[in-house]
Design a protein around this ligand. Structure first.
Ligand code: 6R9
Length: 666
């Protein structure tokens, strides 16, 4: 057989294969390799969750693993006390590992020096900045907003907040000024840490201007703004106001400061993270110190197989939950080296990520299906230019991964030698929920896998009964877990109505009667492997980023000349889903190019470039049911060029032809 034939045969086998065993070499060294772990959690539930808590150092032990006396307001590790900054930093220094790298930071410009923070250096800077925050008047339980891109001062600021018991609220740097203002207002946050700018594809971006614009929209007094000088000579020369402080000056003023980590209750808030939901108002998801941190550490250990000597890389942005749990808290709690990269995967070339993997001898890579689809499109020649043999495990998160992309990742990045974990979870769950354990279970491309040990995920019908294998249904989680959100900030009522009404008996005080509903559709196979199909609410998933259609619609309706708008997700080869906006103008005529531009700008201003509509379709009417509800399903089908089926329930069936004609014109 020629070499080419052999390669062809290999390719064919890979295409057909629908189940993959974890490589033996991986299993032999895996943190978790005993299949008995599922049974252990089942038989000793919730007690087995002590395994997670045991990964942390507690100042005082907890009295109870789970207090479920007031569902759905569950409490975990009650009575326990700890500090997250101590657990992620100090204890590793105390163990004599101060000289080992905690963060390897890679800036976007290739000519710039990378920055390494050892655990000892990280501790010094965290203490100095914590001292500065205190001097600025930040008190325990004050919410500090961090509007920062992927620069090392972001994790430093998070850990400094955690050290003094001030919850942080990180706002993704790509979000707009309006989005910053909305989040600061909602959290009543009086403190902001931001920066002058950062690099994107070779150009310095002015971030400070956006932050300032956002501050103008904050309804209460903001007592202080800390500005990191990221750009140096490339900066925009902004003048700082009286209540603005330069980060480096502050840290220098507190050189050598020592700040004792404050004792936090397990249930005390560690941070807030705003995420999109069904209504226009973002939801302030509250995570706690004990439960969240245990869960982030446990899943990093069991699923990402992180060991202290690893150089682990998650290429997400810290502005999303994935970066919180799996760039900062999980990896640092385990004392490993976590890589942070400022730029995009295709700058200056499409091999940038592989260059970084090779240079740092990265042992794990955790990324999103959207990125993998882009790598596929660019071609295997880019990873082939580099030695990726240091990789031991690959992961994906954020959206469903199609089997073709999974296999490409497996072959071209993992060299058929690394298990892939396809991890389903959400901002609200704090950490991974459904995925294979890489040292235990077989992998099935396209299916995330079984629920993690101790996680009671099911696929049910509208009545809450489990569906037959292979049938589509709704994903539910029937038991609480340590990393779960505790409530929506200042809004217990919305917490219950958003997540706990569909399948719960809300009158009951018995935890058994309460079921968490994540708003995802799913199916399950005979082996209990779950395939997540996507959101069933008005949330669309663009490149793994969660966007609320209502938020986008309200931005569009805010543009002068627009009467009504409906936004749906249409299929997109690279992004998974893309934003389709159907717009009615006030005078009923089609809008011109200027209006189209204003609509696009309106969305970018209100949310950010990630929400930019792929298509704006002017239509004389929106398809509505007789009761006046917009038929979104129909608009989605139109966007996807699908057969529309029965449209007779519409009040205005003829509008469908008009819209279809418009879409195919575009
Ligand atoms: C971690 C994160 C959550 C939504 C979630 C679901 C989708 C995430 C997935 C996945 C299929 C996976 N999602 N992981 N869908 N397979 N492995 O992404 O949090 O930004 O809150 O988004 O993302 O629809 O409900 P978040």
């Amino acid at each position: 057989m020629t070499e080419q034939d052999a390669a062809g045969e290999l390719e064919a086998r890979l295409t057909e294969q629908d189940s993959f065993e974890p490589p033996e070499s991986f299993v032999e060294q895996a943190n978790v390799s005993d299949p008995g772990i599922y049974e252990e959690f089942e038989e000793n539930w919730p007690g087995a969750w002590e395994r997670a808590a045991d990964l942390l150092d507690w100042e005082s032990g907890y009295d109870e693993v789970l207090d479920d006396s007031n569902p759905p307001f569950y409490e975990w590790f009650t009575g326990g006390e700890l500090n997250a900054s101590y657990n992620c930093v100090d204890r590793h220094v105390a163990e004599g590992r101060g000289d080992e790298a905690a963060i390897e930071w890679v800036g976007e410009p290739t000519e710039e020096d990378d920055r390494t923070y050892t655990y000892a250096e990280l501790q010094t800077e965290v203490e100095e900045f914590a001292a500065a925050l205190r001097e600025l008047g930040v008190e325990e339980d004050d919410v500090v907003t961090l509007y920062m891109p992927m620069i090392p001062e972001l994790p430093v600021a998070m850990l400094a907040c955690a050290r003094i018991g001030a919850p942080h609220s990180v706002v993704f740097a790509g979000f707009s000024a309006d989005a910053l203002a909305t989040r600061m207002n909602a959290a009543d946050s009086e403190h902001l840490v931001t920066c002058d700018g950062y690099y994107r594809r070779g150009d310095p971006l002015d971030h400070f201007e956006k932050a300032s614009e956002g501050l103008a929209g904050v309804e209460h007094d903001v007592s202080d703004v800390v500005v990191v000088d990221r750009l140096g000579d490339d900066g925009f020369g902004h003048d700082l106001a009286d209540n603005h402080h330069d980060y480096d000056d502050l840290v220098a003023d507190h050189e050598g400061a020592s700040v004792e980590p404050v004792t936090r209750d397990a249930e005390d808030m560690l941070f807030l993270m705003y995420t999109s939901g069904t209504t226009g108002e973002p939801k302030g998801v509250k995570h706690t110190t004990g439960g969240y941190l245990s869960y982030a550490a446990w899943t990093s250990h069991a699923v990402l197989d992180i060991k202290p000597e690893d150089t682990y890389w998650c290429s997400a942005d810290i502005g999303w939950i994935t970066g919180h749990s799996y760039i900062v808290y999980g990896p640092l709690a385990l004392g490993t080296t976590t890589v942070m990269y400022e730029g995009t995967p295709d700058y200056p070339n499409e091999d940038r990520l592989w260059e970084i993997v090779e240079e740092y001898e990265t042992t794990q890579l955790y990324t999103a299906p959207t990125a993998i689809r882009a790598f596929m499109k660019w071609g295997a020649e880019y990873p082939e230019q580099h030695d990726l043999s240091s990789l031991r495990l690959l992961g994906t998160v954020g959206e469903p991964i199609n089997p073709r992309a999974w296999k490409w990742y497996y072959k071209h990045i993992g060299g058929e030698d690394c298990p892939i974990v396809d991890t389903w979870w959400q901002t609200e769950t704090g950490g991974m929920m459904v995925t294979t354990l890489p040292g235990v279970g077989d992998m099935k491309p396209g299916s995330a896998g079984p629920a993690l040990p101790g996680v009671d995920a099911r696929v049910v019908d509208t009545k809450g009964d489990e569906v037959e294998p292979g049938r589509a249904g709704y994903l539910t989680v029937d038991k609480p877990w340590p990393g779960m959100l505790r409530t929506l900030y200042n809004n217990d009522e919305r917490f219950v109505s958003e997540y706990w009404t569909e399948y719960s008996d809300t009158e009951s005080s018995d935890a058994e009667d309460w079921v968490y509903f994540p708003e995802d559709g799913a199916k399950i196979d005979d082996d209990g492997y779950i395939t997540v199909l996507g959101r069933v609410d008005d949330v669309i998933n663009v490149s793994g980023h969660r966007l609320g259609t209502m938020e986008i619609e309200s931005a569009i309706v805010g543009v002068e000349g627009v009467a009504e708008a409906a936004v749906v997700g249409g299929d997109h080869d690279l992004k998974g889903e893309a934003v389709y906006a159907y717009v009615l103008t006030e005078d009923g005529h089609d809008g011109d190019e200027d209006l189209r531009e204003e609509i696009i700008e309106g969305v970018e201003d209100a949310i950010g470039p990630i929400a930019r509509p792929e298509a704006v379709v002017f239509t004389p009417e929106l398809p509505k049911t007789r009761s006046g509800k917009i038929m979104r399903r129909l608009l989605e089908d139109i966007a996807n060029g699908e057969d529309l089926g029965d449209t007779s329930t519409l009040r205005n069936p003829s509008v469908v032809d008009d819209i279809q004609a418009k879409v195919s014109e575009d």
